[in-house]
Design a protein around this ligand. Structure first.
Ligand SMILES: *Cc1c(COP(=O)(O)O)cnc(C)c1O
Length: 352
């Protein structure tokens, strides 16, 4: 650290993204990307994009894309803000709405605690139950902003919409943020509640089910006043946060909903098959409604398993926290990739 770094930020522990390795060709099951390419419309529109116009700034209002997203979700354009990955809209939310403190599950997306530190917020980490579930009653009448990933990560467990609604209803004077990065793999979206509750923000991303992690597109859907607050922050930091290609790709993907729904269905089927095969090998895991499994084996430590998989060319995610260190988060890839994973796991577990 240089001697010029802000005192306030000197102790900040930054978010650690999963590895994007370059040393060899791994089966990459560590960052929850889709194993499938973007849809045909996206590829075609990007290939025919007017690259010679990249000398001009993109539309700072993202009007066409927001209109299309609004139509897709049955809301109005003034209920939508778009961002450079959903991490950016989450950043804006932590900046804008957390003066009275923030609460999130103790085991959840690592960025929440990073943002809380970044803005020196009073943060409450609410413990998950022993089985890694969220008890929605822990979040009723909390006098602070609430951020919940639904389904949660890295546990993969989803709350039913009725429980999300209870949380939103009982916190009418606080913002409730539902981060739906994985919602397309089996959970119920809370977008349908945004016209009834003026304290609810739903955040989604193109990085998981829409095969565009490399394009960096996210969005938030909420009441128009909340969106205008978020837009104020966007205009105060980076009004051109989505570039011309991202605006094109974002819009084009919405023309191919069937393609993405089919891919999500394939991933769900592969997830269920992989889960039952791993259970036969003695693994225990949560009931995932996402594109990953959160699994451990009673006879081998998470770190050891991570290393052995890596030696065999398979990359998964291992977290160091006390309650999760014996678990691996394994992204669901193609059926072939998961067959390979299971066969390598069979080999490893046969030797212990
Ligand atoms: C992947 C992920 C995100 C952010 O993804 P972006 O690539 O920034 O859109 C946000 N929340 C959760 C829970 C995630 O897993």
């Amino acid at each position: 650290m240089s001697r010029f770094m802000s005192e306030r930020l000197s102790k900040l522990a930054a978010y650690t993204p999963g590895e994007q390795p370059r040393d060899m060709a791994y089966i990459k099951l560590n960052t929850n990307e889709s194993p499938f390419p973007p849809s045909p419309s996206v590829i075609e529109r990007i290939n025919s994009a007017e690259v010679e116009r990249l000398n001009l700034y993109p539309d700072p209002t993202a009007a066409a894309f927001r209109a299309k997203l609004a139509e897709h979700y049955g809301v109005k354009p003034e209920n939508v803000t778009v961002s450079n990955g959903s991490d950016e809209v989450l950043n804006f939310i932590f900046m804008a709405f957390c003066d009275g403190g923030v609460a999130y599950p103790d085991i959840s997306y690592g960025f929440y605690s990073v943002f809380a530190q970044l803005y020196s917020l009073d943060a409450l980490a609410v413990p998950l139950k022993a089985d890694f579930t969220i008890d929605y009653r822990d979040y009723l009448n909390l006098d602070r902003t609430i951020v919940i990933a639904n389904p949660n990560a890295p546990t993969g467990i989803a709350l039913p919409l009725s429980e999300v609604e209870e949380i939103v209803r009982s916190n009418a004077n606080n913002i409730v943020v539902i981060d739906e990065a994985y919602v397309d793999f089996g959970a119920e979206s809370a977008i349908t509640l945004t016209d009834r509750y003026d304290n609810l923000i739903v955040v989604q991303t193109y990085s998981k089910s829409r095969s565009l992690a490399g394009m960096r597109i996210g969005y938030g859907i909420a009441n128009a006043e909340i969106i205008s607050d978020l837009e104020k922050i966007r205009y105060s930091t980076n009004p051109y946060n989505l570039d011309r290609l991202a605006l094109i790709a974002g819009e084009a993907a919405l023309c191919d909903s069937g393609y993405y729904a089919d891919n999500a269905q394939k991933i769900i089927e592969t997830r269920e098959k992989t889960a039952s095969e791993l259970k036969e090998l003695g693994f225990v895991m949560t009931d995932s409604k996402t594109n990953f499994l959160f699994a451990s084996h009673p006879k081998i430590s998470g770190e050891n398993l991570y290393t052995k998989l890596r030696e065999q060319g398979i990359l998964v995610r291992h977290f160091g926290g006390e309650r999760v260190r014996d678990y691996l988060r394994i992204t669901i890839g193609t059926a072939e990739q998961m067959d390979k994973l299971v066969s390598v796991m069979k080999n490893i577990t046969s030797k212990i």
